[in-house]
Ligand binder design. Structure first.
Ligand code: 6R9
Length: 584
């Protein structure tokens, strides 16, 4: 733990923070009272779409810009809350005309295009469950998720359809309909329709369905060490946590221009790339293009971004390019910068001061927690390298589990697993395909996160590492098993073990160790072929490094020892794998 601190001088706040006194809000906060931040249906029913869209579109914010969309080719489109609502309503109407029922799963496989946002809200309005997919996934991860999630309808683009979906559609008997966004218009493929033609047929108004707080709304796939991806199901109640964290953690004020750079294929891109900003009635930026330093600085400058939520990988890349590039632009609109997804180097926090005149505020949470659980707040001192303090209404402790026994760690600087007392609104409600794994995450009313941390005397949390083998690459969570399974489908591969190899920029990269079947030679040509095979099957989560081995190290019971491979990769003594995770 480092001791240097970045204190906040209240007289320099550009705006009084929504939470000026953390300790007293933490003490007095109740989720029940926080419901006053929402505009629930008169009978207390919920709908995420009502909070994030309807109440603005049908109220004083109707003409306010909800989304400022920046296209790859330099286009700029502004979408008001009212425009977004009309499009969402039409999408909801299209779902009904296709006989989609409440609870049916609507999957989105789209780049960051305006249709993504209309479809997202339209599906919620109609009471369907939305499941976003990362559009850079290859056909294998897409098929696995659609299959496990029993996707009934998919919205995608013509390009994605021909390059990925066409070949897997036979494997997906539950998938009834596909809506295609594209230039070509109506198709004559069965149950496949043109998105815009379908929407044009619908009335402009749709009454958002009142839902119970616990009714399912969002399905996010995430990965563990073993087995298939897990579908973490969230309820409409989650919007209470999105709204409250948007207000008190990200400090969103009505006139903010907010930019969350995460893709909606991952949880951050939904909770904070859509719901939290719109529920707080702000204008948000959506950039269709991928990360590029100059483009990003230009966006902040031109669009006058005030609050910016990004990732450690992006910040490290900017740091490498040097503070001068940032200082060459006028980024003075910025008042707060936040980060999430992987450990944020203390140097990056301090570098923020040099490049932007602002420190970076780290935040910690997971797909399963649905919203920010630990954060550095606008009004609070920052301790570079620390994830910050628990969000009000969230009871976070460090606990050691040994069998039935729970040992609460209160000693300062001692390591334990981050555990959260069950019951916060955005807590995942199940893993759809694995209720047993879900139960395994809880003990005595505590949710165990799989992350290890320490705490200092003032309650700040400091990340230590993961207790499992999942990989975090550029903030994206990748399950080694899913990658291994795909690699083993190559005819030359006998065994595969996949680890996260530490990487200065991406945090970790996916590295595969492969042993070959008899009759195959470990040649550079074969390696290239296997790389290409990985990219074709897996897309962006394919291995970036491959090593061939004669055989992979195994335990006596025959399990491949990923940790030993990782110890070797890091040059650690093979017997000592205890520091493996801490070294990420
Ligand atoms: C939101 C998101 C969750 C895992 C989490 C932890 C890692 C997230 C972090 C962090 C260190 C932070 N993680 N924030 N590690 N410092 N500030 O990323 O969700 O994709 O489910 O990943 O990411 O290991 O358990 P998800």
């Amino acid at each position: 733990m480092r001791t240097d601190r970045i204190s906040k001088d209240a007289s320099k706040f550009r705006k009084p923070p929504n939470m000026d006194d953390y300790r007293s809000l933490y003490r007095d906060f109740s989720w029940d009272a926080a419901k006053s931040l929402l505009s629930l249906f008169p009978d207390g029913s919920y709908n995420i779409a009502r909070e994030a869209l309807d109440r603005h579109a049908l109220g004083k914010n109707a003409e306010k810009i909800a989304i400022c969309w920046l296209g790859i080719e330099g286009e700029r489109r502004t979408i008001t809350y009212r425009d977004l609502k009309h499009q969402a309503d039409r999408f909801a109407g299209a779902l009904q005309s296709l006989k989609m029922d409440i609870g049916d799963r609507v999957f989105l496989l789209l780049d960051r295009i305006p249709e993504l946002y209309s479809a997202f809200f339209g599906a919620l309005e109609a009471g369907c469950v939305v499941c976003p997919l990362f559009s850079a996934f290859g056909p294998d991860p897409i098929a696995t998720r659609l299959e496990l999630g029993e996707g009934a309808l998919l919205v995608t683009t013509e390009d994605q359809y021909t390059s990925k979906i066409e070949k897997i559609r036979d494997r997906l008997p539950e998938l009834k309909h596909i809506l295609l966004v594209g230039e070509n218009g109506p198709t004559n493929v069965k149950n496949t329709y043109d998105y815009h033609t379908q929407l044009q047929k619908q009335p402009e108004l749709f009454e958002t369905m009142p839902m119970l707080a616990d009714d399912p709304a969002l399905l996010h796939f995430t990965s563990g060490t073993t087995g298939k991806p897990k579908g973490a199901l969230h309820a409409h109640h989650a919007v209470l946590a999105h709204t409250a964290t948007g207000k008190y953690a990200l400090d969103l004020h009505e006139d903010d221009i907010f930019w969350c750079t995460a893709d909606p294929g991952w949880v951050t891109g939904i909770s904070y790339g859509i719901i939290a900003p719109l529920s707080n009635g702000v204008t948000m930026i959506v950039d269709q293009a991928d990360f590029e330093i100059e483009r990003w600085y230009e966006i902040i400058q031109k669009e006058k971004v005030t609050v910016w939520y990004t990732s450690p990988t992006a910040l490290r890349m900017m740091m490498k390019a040097g503070a001068a590039a940032a200082r060459a632009c006028d980024l003075s609109s910025l008042r707060l910068i936040f980060s999430v997804g992987e450990p944020l180097n203390p140097e990056a926090v301090v570098w923020g001061l040099e490049a932007f005149g602002l420190p970076i505020h780290d935040t910690w949470w997971q797909t399963e927690t649905g919203a920010i659980m630990i954060s550095n707040y606008a009004s609070q001192e920052i301790r570079p390298g620390s994830m910050g303090l628990p969000f009000p209404g969230v009871n976070v402790r460090l606990i050691r589990r040994s069998g039935e026994k729970l040992e609460f760690i209160d000693k300062i600087g001692e390591e334990g697993e981050i555990a959260i007392q069950a019951g916060w609104p955005s807590m995942f409600r199940t893993y759809i395909n694995s209720a047993e794994k879900y139960r395994g995450c809880f003990q005595n009313g505590w949710y165990f996160t799989g992350d290890l941390a320490k705490r200092d005397a003032d309650g700040y949390f400091w990340f230590v590492g993961r207790s499992d083998d999942v990989i975090k690459s550029s903030g994206h969570l990748i399950g080694p098993f899913e990658v291994e399974s795909a690699m083993m489908e190559h005819p030359a591969v006998a065994e595969a073990a996949v680890i996260g190899k530490p990487d200065e920029m991406a945090g970790q990269i996916v590295k595969a160790f492969l042993s070959l079947r008899k009759g195959f030679d470990a040649s550079p040509v074969l390696k290239e072929e296997i790389y290409a095979f990985g990219r074709k099957r897996l897309g962006a989560v394919a291995p970036r490094e491959i090593d061939f081995m004669d055989s992979l190290p195994k335990t006596r019971s025959g399990k491949i020892m990923r940790r030993l491979l990782k110890a070797r990769e890091l040059g650690l003594p093979e017997g000592d794998t205890s520091t493996l995770e801490a070294s990420r």
